[in-house]
Design a protein around this ligand. Structure first.
Ligand code: NG6
Ligand code: CA
Length: 507
């Protein structure tokens, strides 16, 4: 009897193990390339669908356009959220940001949002033998709360899969305004300790409210705390004088880092997450670019970002890396003109249209919030063209895992590697997008936005939020601007959408 019982226990354990494996793991696929390529994600901050030349933008972006011409342009490519932190969280983890309630725009002192035990894109690639690096904007929290900026800061990017990190902690408009290399603030001075608070000012430190005469870039809303380089920021900072960044050279610093990173260790493939700060506020073009666009600082910094990308491409070419590097270009969320400073982004816009054919913008559930420029480029491997496939940045986790043959647990990420490489024309069937803790649902050509209270327009930014007391249903093929609400006239479709949305969203 005992033997039989043991036998059945063993069989059932084996069976359940097999079942867990088959349910949780994405099947492997053979890749045709003999070598796994280097991977670079070029990720801009607040760049709109229409901000790039290849989507009709009036700002000169020849280098980005070159990627578009030589790569695959996704016309239905999405960021996971209409703001930064949630989008970046999804990009790196493959988990919808609305599943994680802390995934909101983070303060500079916020603890690390990603659990160090979580699967992440850099961990996956590291497991496949890649050297992994992040250069640029992090904005996913650091430490465990109560950071001491004067000693080693951990956990951070290096604890979630990056071998190398050279970052700003949060945003260019948030303190601390310092670069951090592998968890240590650059140019620390033990005699001039850094202190940071988002609650109250440090005694005697000037703020934009007390010392408007010290301010060179005027604030419009928010951004009236500590002043660094004449620019008033969000949050209070004391000390660290020699550690503070110079805003006008930030783009160059990140570029140099990126160039060094891709030029090192030729024996291993690399993964570079190159997170540029443009065109987020404060927009601080290098003097070489100031005034170049004729559209104010916003246009100038987009031109500078474009030049930077051109320089990185040159470095790849000089190092004979282009044939073996997959480049993914996108943006963390849609555009905003006035995001808190008077910088003439509104006044000098002219006939440039950052939103492309869409309504809304950053912070919005309407298309311009999340529907962003999206390109995959791999010289000699990806055939240039345009794809209609519905794809999201959240899909990069499963897709790149598949590319490098690493098994991962199931997430919200879908394996679309063949779509990203242009071997297949269909993408995902449905997608939930997020904007300031609200969610909406796309399936096929349809978009459904549930009712939400709150303002219909963000007054200061002049952005339509997508809020309405009623359900909204739009056909994106015929109505990209989301102006004809079909919720009443197509009840059957609305019901189908609500049902499918709830099946994923759970409420
Ligand atoms: C908002 C800031 C905005 C920007 C944004 C984050 C104010 C009034 N507005 O709170 O300027 O910093 O946060 O942008 O402070 S994001 O692209 O990083 O999500
Ligand atoms: Ca952003």
């Amino acid at each position: 009897k005992k033997v039989i019982l043991e036998f059945f226990t063993k069989v059932s354990i084996t069976l359940s193990l097999l079942l867990t494996i088959s349910c949780n793991e994405i099947p492997q696929k053979n890749i045709t390339n003999d070598k796994t390529p280097n991977v670079i994600i070029i990720y801009l901050d607040d760049l709109g669908y229409g901000d790039v030349g290849f989507n009709g933008g009036k700002i000169h972006t020849p280098h980005i356009d070159k990627l578009a011409q030589g790569g695959l342009v996704f016309d239905n490519g999405y960021a996971s959220s209409a703001t930064c932190t949630p989008s970046r969280y999804a990009l790196l983890t493959g988990i919808y940001p609305w599943r994680k309630k802390e995934a909101k725009i983070l303060e500079g002192t916020a603890p690390l949002l990603i659990d160090t035990s979580q699967t992440t894109l850099p961990k996956i690639l590291k497991k496949a033998g890649y050297v992994t690096g992040i250069i640029g904007k992090w904005h996913l929290g650091l430490g465990k709360g109560n950071i001491d900026w004067n000693s080693h800061i951990s956990p951070g990017p290096n604890e979630v899969g990056f071998d190398y990190s050279y970052i700003m902690a949060a945003t260019q408009d948030r303190v601390p305004t310092v670069y951090i290399t592998n968890g240590t603030v650059n140019n620390l001075d033990p005699e001039d300790k850094i202190e940071v608070s988002y609650r109250k000012n440090f005694e005697g430190e000037p703020t934009a409210l007390d010392h408007p005469e010290m301010v060179k870039m005027k604030w419009h809303h928010g951004h009236n705390n500590s002043i660094v380089n004449g620019i008033p920021r969000i949050g209070y900072m004391k000390g660290g004088t020699q550690a503070k960044w110079v805003d006008t050279t930030m783009s160059k610093k990140f570029l140099k880092q990126a160039q060094q990173f891709v030029s090192q260790d030729k024996n291993k493939p690399f993964f570079l997450y190159y997170a540029l700060q443009q065109p987020h506020v404060p927009r601080t073009p290098n003097p070489k670019f100031a005034g170049k666009s004729g559209m104010g600082a916003r246009g100038d910094v987009i031109m500078e970002a474009d030049w930077t990308i051109g320089q990185l491409m040159k470095t790849l070419e000089q190092n004979s890396l282009l044939d073996n590097t997959l480049i993914i270009f996108s943006s963390d969320n849609g555009p905003v003109l006035n995001d808190g400073y008077y910088d003439e982004a509104v006044e000098k816009l002219g006939n440039h249209n950052p939103w492309g054919p869409f309504s809304g913008g950053k912070y919005s559930l309407l298309q311009a919030g999340t529907h962003v420029p999206f390109i995959t480029y791999w010289k000699g491997q990806i055939e240039p063209g345009t794809s209609d496939a519905l794809v999201s940045q959240i899909d990069l986790v499963a897709s790149l895992a598949n590319l490098v043959n690493i098994k991962i647990p199931k997430t919200d990420s879908e394996n679309l590697i063949d779509t990203f490489l242009g071997k297949k024309s269909d993408g995902r069937k449905e997608l939930i997008i997020e904007a300031t803790s609200r969610t909406a649902f796309r399936k096929g050509e349809w978009m459904m936005i549930p009712p939400y209270p709150g303002p219909k327009v963000l007054k200061q930014q002049n952005i339509e939020t997508g809020n309405s007391e009623e359900y909204q249903l739009y056909n994106l093929r015929t109505d990209k601007k989301e102006q004809k609400n079909l919720a009443q006239s197509n009840k059957a479709k609305l019901d189908e959408m609500i049902k499918a949305f709830k099946a994923i969203r759970g409420t």
